[in-house]
Design a protein around this ligand. Structure first.
Ligand SMILES: Nc1nc2c(ncn2[C@@H]2O[C@H](COP(=O)(O)OP(=O)(O)OP(=O)(O)O)[C@@H](O)[C@H]2O)c(=O)[nH]1
Length: 450
């Protein structure tokens, strides 16, 4: 370590006072050269006076140096102390108070060594402010990433933070889904959906490398008053363990600084892992909710969805239709064609039912060969139409298994809230079950609405 400060003012005092005493000592001889008689000069009184004057000048110099240099050194020390205490705060995990150049810097008004020292200190403050800002941003970003498992929420929040900390004016996060790419979050980009088919985005994804575009012609950013062409766009593939999960697109009217790009690199590493986890979680959730053979909701998740829909219908005072259907004589199908053929029939019947239902309807495998379709906003006439259509379509269905052609029919029991006054969804299912029983006992391949 360099020894910079050891006894600075003590050394200075020794040198200044010593030099003053020396001058005081040689001054009488100097006056001899000027022609002053030695009887005046070479006397103890004159010597004493000169040495005293030399001492006084040395002492005054040291006092002046202390007040001029010492004062500035004290100011520097004070500012350093302030920075140190804020760093300590940070180390203890407290939110650091601002130590921006306005708060902690020193005014530089000279070009000497003190000025150089102050300038260097200010640069230090600037670097420190930048690294504190980055550290805070990374911390906020990481906290958000670890607490969010929903792909939509995650990408929305990640994009907001990316925009905030990279100075971008607009951007989007794209995610790969089943071989395609879709916009999961976007902000401030004109027509974000076009990004999914944008050649540059595809290029970045294919080459798995950052793509920088200056003044792109095919991208506009929403400004305060009008859309404008950004000066620079960054397209970064988001990768986890060499698998591309999607891309981050950021557009800036000013262009991105080196710090912005470095910060983006740090953020994207965290984002890749979090996105990977969220996608896995999403798949697990889907797997846990779906029946593997038919792709419909399994009973557990299906009933929960039915409960939600029932509560919504009550709250919004809307009808809710329920179709419960069951394959007729399914045991015979298994016995005649085998269990695998039976499975195939089940899957085809479920597929047929899905084709009859609208988006937003919920199809549940309720038991072995028994299904429930929940139809939000459907009343009795709708149930009659959909139920009959389903019955006819299954009746027309031919399932080919090797050289066998298998045909089946379904019996359907239906009911609708609020025509059927029930307290809860369980009572609604009960009513549909009774109607299904009536359809079975009434000869099968029929619809009974209760
Ligand atoms: N292949 C196959 N069969 C199943 C599955 N789940 C249940 N089953 C069969 O479905 C059949 C249901 O038979 P039953 O409840 O007697 O009713 P059914 O023969 O359809 O007669 P009805 O309902 O009265 O018309 C049973 O033989 C079950 O083994 C499945 O996942 N795959």
């Amino acid at each position: 370590m360099i020894r910079l400060t050891r006894k600075v003012f003590v050394d200075l005092s020794i040198w200044m006072i010593g030099f003053g005493l020396l001058i005081g000592l040689v001054f009488p001889f100097f006056t001899l050269c000027l022609g002053i008689p030695s009887s005046y000069v070479l006397t103890p009184v004159f010597f004493t006076a000169c040495i005293a004057a030399g001492f006084a000048v040395g002492a005054m110099n040291i006092a002046l140096a202390r007040s001029v240099v010492g004062e500035r050194a004290r100011l520097l020390a004070e500012r350093m102390g302030l920075v140190a205490s804020r760093l300590q705060d940070m180390a203890q995990g407290n939110t650091p108070e601002k130590c921006t150049p306005e708060h902690c810097a020193i005014e530089v008004d000279s070009d000497d060594e003190i000025g150089d020292g102050a300038r260097a200190f200010n640069q230090l403050i600037q670097s420190l402010a930048l690294s504190i800002e980055t550290e805070t941003a990374v911390r906020t970003f990481t906290e958000m990433l670890v607490s969010e498992l929903d792909v939509h929420q995650l990408t929305e929040q990640a994009l907001a933070l990316l925009l905030q900390h990279t100075g971008a004016d607009g951007g989007a996060i794209l995610v790969e889904v089943e071989g395609g790419i879709r916009v999961a979050a976007s902000h401030g980009i004109g027509s974000p959906h076009t990004l999914a088919n944008n050649d540059r985005v595809r290029h970045a994804l294919r080459t798995e490398r950052r793509h920088r575009v200056k003044l792109p012609e095919d991208l506009l950013v929403d400004g305060m008053l009008a859309q404008f062409r950004p000066r620079e766009v960054l397209i970064d593939p988001v990768q986890h363990k060499e698998v591309v999960l999607g891309a981050v697109v950021l557009a800036s009217g000013q262009g991105f600084s080196v710090e912005d790009r470095n910060r983006l690199d740090v953020f994207e590493r965290g984002l890749a892992l979090a996105l990977h986890n969220a996608i896995l979680y999403d798949r697990l959730q889907t797997l846990a909710a779906l029946d593997p053979l038919t792709g419909t909701y399994n009973r557990r998740f299906g009933v929960a969805r039915l409960r939600e829909e029932f509560q919504r219908a009550v709250r919004l005072n809307l009808p809710l239709g329920l179709l419960m259907f069951d394959i007729d004589y399914f045991k015979r199908i298994n016995d005649t064609y085998g269990h695998l053929a039976g499975d195939r029939v089940l899957a085809r019947v479920a597929k047929t039912a899905r084709s009859v239902l609208r988006e937003g309807d919920v199809l549940i495998r309720y038991g072995g060969e028994e299904f429930i379709a929940v139809l939000p906003a459907a009343s009795r006439p709708d149930l009659e139409y959909v139920g009959e259509r389903l019955r006819h379509m299954v009746d027309d269905l031919v399932v080919v298994d090797g050289d066998q052609s298998i045909r089946v029919t379904v019996s359907i029991g239906a009911t609708a809230y609020p025509d059927t006054e029930v307290e809860d969804e369980t009572a609604l299912v009960d009513r549909a079950d009774k109607a299904l029983y009536a359809a079975k006992t009434g000869g099968r391949n029929r619809l009974v609405i209760s």
